[in-house]
Design a protein. Sequence first.
Length: 306
Amino acid sequence: MPYILASDIPSELPGLQFRKLLERKGILEIPGTHNGMAALQAKAAGFEASYLSGAAMTASMGIPDLGIITVDEVTFFIRQVVRASGLPVLVDADTGYGEVLNVMHTVRCFEDAGAAAIHIEDQLLPKKCGHLNDKKLADPRDMAAKVAAANKARRHLYLIARTDAAASEGLDGAVARAKLYVEAGADAIFPEALTSAEMFCEFARRVPGVPLLANVTEFGRSPFFTASEFEEMGYRMVIWPVSSLRMANRAQADLFATLRRDGGAHKIVGKMQTRAELYDLIGLPRYEALDASIVQTIVPTRAPSE
């Protein structure tokens, strides 16, 4: 119960936890967890880190991913996921929510909320999902200034720079930007929306020694590859940013359609998480036991004197 018990809270800073995971052999698999329940389920499945996608956060709020949510709204999601699971969390910081000082403010807020890592991207507002058309890119020097500012503001946060340049500037432009961002202080690079195995491999070949993040988003520009395939291509991290939200949304849509059609959920109750499964996952018995122990400590051992 990392939210309640100090003894359950990891003693190591989140950014350092994230770095240690990357130091191990093999690719770090990071599923998107759009809320605390998803984070608990990812942890139960054996994942050791989780990802907060801007697209998933905004979609869960019923709005598109256009950079219109605020730093404070994102910190709510960060706290929720961190408190629920205790896993180190990589957070999508969009464009940094402004220019240099705004980026520094974002870093401080996200780190204070419990984030282990962030990535910021080189788009201009209004930004778009990386797999859509007509993205507007920032000048690479302006983006490098943001990376340098984030580097100055962080204490332990792992810093990933995302470039969306491949679609409009080709692989040469994306590689040039990546090298500039690493020089500015980025720990790793996230090349967005590469369209073939050859592009993924070539990008990795041209930025040797730099940890790389691969993105597996359904219905996007990039083909499907497995985590092990990305590892063979030279990537150290892989995210599945919106998969949990898409599955949850489809299940909810089926539920509401069933309620309208049948006047109840009795025909699909077998597809539901049971009460016992829910309580076990959120740790209700442990909370109840903790509450009972606290009550027990304040029961007087003898009657108070008159």
